[in-house]
Design a protein around this ligand. Structure first.
Ligand code: TXE
Length: 480
């Protein structure tokens, strides 16, 4: 049994009230550790430590801060196998996926912002020969970073690294469902010699420890990734306090396949964009629209490939689909499968819980599910399921599919397959999504703006957008 501790003021400490929550391994359904059930007292201690560290951290040169962050990145790489195993056990995702994607991306996040900050510059605006304006960009203070369970260390570092690079200190809370890699990161930060109080990691429930971060008057900025309803509640608390807010929320992303596409590419990539990480990625394409001339062929081959995906023990090499993150989440996904049937959908693949033998007998597994015959306006085509669940729908024209694609409250990402260059650009322009992938999915350049429209979020992360969010601009106008 591993007991996780908070990381406050450079030390690993017990929660003030001494209360703990169970940490469950979703692959087996067994409790395998304890995590602090932190409260406002712990957040207060973390904020105090972060405030005390701010003066010295923010006055380091960009190069010095960069060196600290690169040291953390190196240690993440050196501990790759341990971190990948921890991520897989905590989240239920295949070990291979954690090793190939989650952990390399976590060190890449640190490296990217460690180097970005030494190239970061601010603007100047000349007013003829009358005056010059220049923009100072200063760190804001203590940043509150709250992250979800689907890509635990990957999304945790995506927030922490730019916040620290820009000179802020941080109070961060990972999801209570997947705290382990953030805990291991705190030990690596100590080993890397990160100054005490610069990064503080407090574990616990969203409604308790998370809410205390959002409410804290001395945390002037909140960067959050998670569900849209949680985002609403965070905004309701933070907006009247005039906090800077970055919200990266849910998605119900369309995957649009035109008849003139590269069929094999569209098929192969759609399998990934539907079921990678058990469909628990906010960028997964869960509504698949296929142009009618290739609909039947696509359906047949997509369903066959879906049925061939191995649902299994995340630690086994051949596993393609691991466990869902929790029993509660598995029940939510299964309830959407029931809803799809009630709404008149036909289950073409999956549609049920999977019971594995041996050590995974009590784990949380759902078969990759494909449904057809649902109207684009029904709940299963409008609400985020966040599991291995996709719908298939034929379309006849570009206008029709754009209407389907844009019909939800979400607007995070969209995927389009076509070999027609003109169509690719016009469709991309008409989609109400923060990110559009043409003939690819999840191809990420960390410099690009990342985030969604409508109820998928507020603001953008990534590259300069993140460094701008984590700094406060001040214009200075000098008369010549
Ligand atoms: O996320 P929550 P949940 C979606 C997905 C999923 C749903 C709910 O549809 O089914 O959200 O997932 C913290 N104040 N996504 O319940 O609750 C919480 O502790 C402050 C999409 O796990 O949003 C955790 O650290 N913090 C998504 C984080 O918020 C609060 C990824 C996210 O948890 C809080 C995950 C509060 N009041 C889920 N309540 C994506 N876009 O990638 C909770 N938290």
């Amino acid at each position: 049994m591993e007991t996780i501790r908070n990381y406050i003021g450079g030390k690993l400490v017990e929660p003030a009230a001494g209360q703990y929550l169970d940490n469950v391994n979703p692959a087996t359904g067994e409790v395998y550790g304890q995590i602090p059930d932190s409260d406002a007292t712990d957040i207060e201690a973390a904020t105090k430590a972060a405030k005390e560290a701010f003066a010295s951290w923010s006055s380091l040169s960009n190069e010095e801060r960069s060196k600290h962050l690169l040291a953390v990145a190196d240690l993440i790489d050196q501990n790759h196998e341990k971190l990948a195993m921890a991520e897989s056990v905590d989240n239920g995702k295949p070990l291979k996926l954690a090793g190939r994607v989650d952990i390399p991306r976590a060190s890449a996040n640190f490296r990217f912002f460690a180097t970005a900050i030494v190239h970061f510059s601010s603007e100047s605006h000349m007013m003829g020969d009358e005056a010059i304006n220049y923009t100072q960009r200063s760190p804001v203070g203590v940043a509150g970073c709250i992250s979800p369970w689907n890509l635990p260390l990957y999304l945790f570092t995506w927030k922490i690294a730019p916040a620290l690079a820009a000179g802020n200190t941080v109070v961060a809370k990972p999801s209570e469902l997947t705290p382990m890699t953030a805990y291991l990161l705190s030990a690596l930060c100590i080993e890397a010699g990160l100054p005490a109080g610069v990064l503080n990691i407090v574990h616990g429930l969203g409604t308790k420890a998370g809410q205390a971060i959002v409410e804290h008057p001395e945390i002037p900025m909140i960067s959050f990734t998670g569900g849209t309803n949680t985002g609403k509640s965070i905004a309701a608390t933070a907006a009247p306090m005039f906090k800077k807010l970055s919200l990266e929320l849910g998605g119900k992303n369309p995957n649009i396949i035109f008849a003139d596409c590269d069929f094999d590419l569209a098929l192969k990539t759609s399998i990934h964009s539907s079921f990678s990480n058990q469909g628990e990625i906010c960028l997964c394409g869960s509504r698949i629209y296929v142009e009618r001339p290739i609909y039947e062929k696509f359906k047949e081959e997509f369903v066959a490939r879906t049925k061939a995906l191995t649902v299994g023990d995340p630690l086994e090499d051949g596993t393609k689909v691991g466990a869902l993150v929790s029993k509660g989440h598995m029940e939510k996904v299964l309830s959407y499968i029931d809803l799809a049937k009630e709404e008149g959908g036909t289950i073409l693949a999956g549609g049920e819980q999977v019971k594995l033998n041996g050590r995974c007998n009590n784990g949380f597994y759902v078969a990759p599910t494909v449904v057809e015959g649902l109207d684009h306006t029904c709940r299963t085509n409008q609400e985020e399921v966040f599991g291995p669940f996709v719908t298939l729908t034929p379309f006849d024209s570009e206008d029709e599919v754009i209407e389907y694609a844009n019909s939800t409250n979400y607007g995070l990402s969209a995927t389009v397959y076509t070999e027609n260059l003109k169509r690719a650009h016009t469709v991309a322009a008409r989609l109400k999504s923060g990110i559009v992938w043409i003939n690819c999915w999840l191809l990420r350049d960390l410099r690009t703006p990342f985030g969604g429209m409508k109820q998928s979020g507020v603001g953008r992360e990534g590259g300069l957008e993140a460094l701008r969010f984590f700094t406060e601009p001040k214009n200075v106008c000098v008369k010549i």
